[in-house]
Write a protein that binds this ligand. Structure first.
Ligand SMILES: Cc1cc2nc3c(=O)[nH]c(=O)nc-3n(C[C@H](O)[C@H](O)[C@H](O)COP(=O)(O)OP(=O)(O)OC[C@H]3O[C@@H](n4cnc5c(N)ncnc54)[C@H](O)[C@@H]3O)c2cc1C
Length: 349
């Protein structure tokens, strides 16, 4: 019989990150399908409060590694915490959420306990008594369903795959697991977090909406002139009011390299597509972007797709969007911004 360990860390508020609740749902369902025993292992500065919120998840054991040393994201201590929790729970399958902290440290834990790790998992299923995992390859173009004989098997699961686990809170009985640390573990000192200023951070993985800007924003418009400054203002106002994540077509981000007048807060990191990112959001709105296949392939995980384009024969019109508005994006976004700004509270304004 498989023994499953759900492994996660608490955040700076000593709570579980949103992704952890989603992946816990997957672990709980999997334990049911495999008739496996489920344990929970948490590490962080404090873990009790977080464990209490998931005390009804059906886990037979709650294991915790807590202390200031584990309150920060540091490879050496995170790997050691994972190793200690795996040692205490003795699982055959370890399921963890794909936070940057887990993604960085869990492969190291797997190595230390002679396990195998698979990352970027986007699905868990059971066939017969066998666990199958889903994973995308070749820039999200090919999907594979695979399994492994090696145990322990570590799985780092992506966000947006499962609905978050919900249930009554309670009092979880935590078994404290000690981790012997030396000065070597503490050699890297974490001084703090430096975040990008709120107005320059345009990539927001947790946003409800992905807003994509294409090269049309900088092209000559009906009056024969380009209106890059106006485009910049419209896009920025929309991002401020909606808190959407900003994506771009390759053509638009490439223009900065060619010295053209472009949107200054756009970089190659915003590029969506075959040679860009494949973000996950419930909704997407494309503007002034043609919707060519190398771009649209990056929309694979956008559930509801809408586009604004002057051209009724653009790529989006050919089955790539759920709704295409054949309209001038400058006019549409001016109207959308006015509506959003009218709704905003004085503080948001
Ligand atoms: C190997 C390879 C990999 C690639 N990888 C990527 C990738 O990862 N990501 C990517 O994006 N592309 C990629 N491309 C490029 C891709 O094929 C397209 O060239 C690119 O996506 C086009 O960008 P665009 O739609 O913004 O620009 P354009 O094709 O120039 O389209 C601009 C659009 O704006 C519209 N428009 C103009 N003004 C307005 C207005 N006022 N209102 C509404 N609409 C307006 C026009 O009708 C037009 O449809 C790749 C290409 C290759 C060959």
């Amino acid at each position: 019989m498989e023994r499953i360990l759900f492994l996660a860390h608490t955040d700076s508020e000593n709570a579980l990150p949103a992704t952890a609740r989603e992946v816990l749902r997957g672990a709980v369902d999997l334990a049911g399908s495999l008739e496996a025993e489920l344990s929970v292992g948490l590490f962080g500065r404090e873990v009790e409060a977080a464990a209490d919120t998931i005390s009804a998840c059906g886990a037979v054991r709650f294991l915790g590694v807590a202390g200031d040393d584990f309150g920060v994201s540091r490879y050496s201590t995170d790997v050691a915490a994972g190793e200690a929790l795996v040692g205490a729970a003795n699982p055959t399958i370890i399921i963890a959420p794909s936070t940057s902290r887990v993604a960085r440290s869990l492969p190291g834990t797997a190595q230390r306990v002679d396990g195998r790790v698979d990352t970027r998992i986007t699905g868990l299923s059971v066939e017969g008594r066998e666990l199958r995992v889903q994973r995308w390859y070749y820039r999200q173009r090919m999907v594979a369903t695979q399994t492994r004989a090696q145990r322990p098997w570590f799985l780092v699961v992506e966000s947006g795959v499962f609905e978050p686990w919900k249930g009554e809170g309670g009092a979880a009985e935590i078994e404290e697991v000690s981790v012997p640390l030396t000065d070597v573990h503490r050699r890297t000192e974490v001084l703090g977090l430096e975040e990008a200023a709120a107005d320059t951070q345009t990539i927001r993985p947790d946003a409800e909406v992905l807003f994509v800007a294409g090269a049309g924003w900088t092209k000559k418009q009906q009056d024969g002139q380009a209106h890059a400054k106006e485009a910049e203002s419209l896009i920025r106002r929309f991002l401020d009011a909606s808190r959407a994540s900003l994506g771009s077509s390759k053509s638009l981000v490439d223009q900065s390299g060619e010295g053209q007048d472009v949107i200054p807060f756009m970089t190659h990191l915003n590029q969506v597509g075959q040679t860009g990112a494949t973000p996950r959001h419930p909704k997407g709105l494309s503007t002034c972007c043609h919707g060519e296949e190398p771009h649209v392939v990056g929309w694979r995980f956008i559930t509801e797709r809408r586009a604004v384009n002057l051209d009724p024969n653009c790529g989006w019109a050919r089955g790539k969007a759920d709704v295409l508005y054949v309209a001038d994006a400058f006019e549409v976004m001016e109207k959308v911004n006015a509506l959003l700004e009218a709704k905003a509270t004085p503080i948001q304004r």
